[in-house]
Structures are given as C-alpha cells and as structure tokens.
Design a protein around this ligand. Structure first.
Ligand code: SF4
Ligand code: ZN
Length: 313
C-alpha cells in the first residue's frame, strides 16, 4: 500500500526526516510556506508596506525563496517584491542561471532587476580571476562574496528597498555557524544575524526567510512546483572548508535528523547572549569609497587595491 500523508490521507510525495512526516504535494507546499511564515514572524523580518529586494541567483534555493515569499506576501497588498540578480560575470555559468531567473520571475509576473559586477566595480569575476596574484591567490569566493554583498547593498539602496531577502537555507546557516565556531569567531555569528531593528545606517537590512528550510526540503518544493532553476556548480567554487563541513553535517543530519536545526538554535542562543548593539558604534566610513565599514579601509577597496596594484589592468 502506498504511504499516506501524515497530515491528510493523500498519497505521500516526500519524507521530511527531521519532523518524521510523510507529506503529500499539498501538505509539502503548505508546511514549507507555514514554516517560512513562522520564521519571518519570529524574527520580525518583514513589515507591511515593505519593498523587499529578493536576491535571486538562478539556483533552487532562491527560486524557492521567491516562490514562497510571493505566495505569503499576496495577502499584503502594500508589500512589494523586487527580484534582484547580481551578475558576477562568470561566462557559461551566471548567464545560464540568469535565463532560469528570468523564466521564474516571468512566471510570477515580476520583473527581474539585474546589476553586474562590471557596472558596479568595473571588473567581472572572470576579469578578477585573470588579475589575481598567481603567487598567493585569494580564493575566488572570497572576492565574490565581498563584492556581491556590496553590489546587493548598492542595488537595493538604488531600488529603494527596505530589506534584502536572501535564500540561505538551514544547511547554509548550520555550515556558517559551525565554520565561525571552528575558526574561533563566534562574534561573526552575531554580526551575520543582526536583527532588523538594530540596522546600521547605510546598510539595507538582510533577512533569511528560508533559514529553517533544509536544502532537501527546498529541492522537493522546487520539484513539486516545477520551478525553473539552474543546477550546475560555479567553475570557481573553491570553498573547500565549507564543502568538508557540508559532507560532515549531511551525514550527521542523515544519522541524527534534527542536527542542523539544533546548530541553528545554538547560533540563535549565541546571538542572543552577545549584544550586537554595543558593536554598532565601531562602524565608520571607508576612507576611499565612503561605505560603512568596521575598518579604516573597507574590504572591497582593499581587495580592489591589491588587484589593481599588480598592474594587470
Ligand atoms: Fe562566486 Fe564562489 Fe559562488 Fe562562484 S561559487 S558564484 S565564485 S561565491
Ligand atoms: Zn571602501
């Protein structure tokens, strides 16, 4: 006999291991949206009248984020969703992901805003890889992450967004928390989870509405809804540390369902225990570009300075 949904009697489509629920297609959709709604409310991520810039990569996680937010925010006519893609300029990768992002936004009747590294920083990621110091290369993702954060903030500011929503899943969050702990940098856990009401002037607040949805759940949701997404890894992906942790945590989650959620809860407890407000006074304007930074020269300017010093431009 086919397995029945734990919530209704329809045939099950998906087994959510950490809640030990077999779910039919409808209940998978409803519980994923409800779980996201609870996360949004718990962390007071959104307000009525918000203009929400939704960071879309073309991958499955941000596709799920956009689809779920779209369904939830339909009930709030004064809320506006603005899908936004930062095109880093990685030939054969981001261009394909962009096609998927366009297809997704069109299917929801939304217009995708696209900003490029080349326009914002003068260099694409392909340029940056060429310009890197071959003797002591910094990982591609280190440039990409710093530059993307800046590009997102600039684009969201220009679009008049009140908040930036990103598609970080429970897996991403658990990996990041563990990485910061293993590097002895617990304060970073606090910094990356700054609540919206403790925003820093000049930085658009960031929220992670699907941070309690596992990657496995996201894949099931995307397939169930037939969402278009691009699933090929980036040619510059070099985060060996994160990949090791991903493998380890996936195994732990498989053996002991609930591990990822327990790590997220530990991260929340750390964030609660260490007060972020004391740290806000340490922010200043970068001496070169004027952006908000915790150091004299911001990370974007120091990375760009190092790249251009090589004289390869
Ligand atoms: Fe950028 Fe690294 Fe992601 Fe590629 S894998 S898009 S280089 S952060
Ligand atoms: Zn700067």
């Amino acid at each position: 006999m086919p397995v029945q949904c734990s919530k209704c009697e329809a045939p099950a489509f998906y087994l959510r291991r950490y809640t030990a629920e077999a779910l039919c297609r409808t209940c998978l959709t409803e519980t994923t949206q409800e779980r996201t709604r609870r996360t949004i409310n718990k962390h007071k991520m959104l307000r009525e009248n918000d203009r929400i810039a939704v960071a879309i990569s073309g991958g499955k996680d941000s596709a799920v984020l956009l689809h779920v937010l779209y369904q939830l925010e339909k009930n709030y006519p004064n809320t506006e969703i603005v899908p936004l893609t930062i095109d880093e300029g990685i030939k054969g990768y981001r261009d394909k992901a962009l096609d998927a992002a366009h297809e997704l936004t069109r299917s929801l009747g939304l217009e995708l805003e696209v900003r490029t590294f080349s326009n914002i920083l003068n260099y694409s990621m392909d340029d940056i890889i060429e310009m890197r110091d071959v003797d002591k290369p910094i990982g591609a993702c280190s440039y990409c992450g710093v530059f993307r954060r800046r590009a997102l903030n600039l684009a969201a500011t220009e679009l008049g967004a009140d908040v930036i929503a990103t598609g970080h899943t429970l897996d991403d969050e658990a990996q990041t928390i563990m990485m910061n702990m293993m590097r002895g940098d617990s304060l970073r856990i606090v910094r990356t989870n700054r609540p919206r009401n403790k925003r820093i002037e000049g930085l658009v607040p960031r929220i992670k509405p699907i941070m309690e949805i596992t990657e496995r759940d996201a894949v099931a949701y995307a397939h169930n809804k037939g969402l278009p997404y691009h699933d090929v890894p980036c040619p510059y992906a070099s985060e060996a540390y994160r990949n090791d942790l991903r493998t380890f945590l996936n195994e732990m989650e498989h053996r002991r369902p609930g591990t990822l959620l327990a790590i997220l809860r530990s991260g929340e407890a750390i964030t609660k225990a260490l007060d972020v407000s004391t740290e806000a006074s340490e922010f200043q304007h970068c001496e070169i570009c004027g952006s908000i930074t915790s150091t004299r020269i911001c990370k974007v300017c120091s990375l760009l300075d190092e790249l251009t010093k090589k004289g390869n431009v």
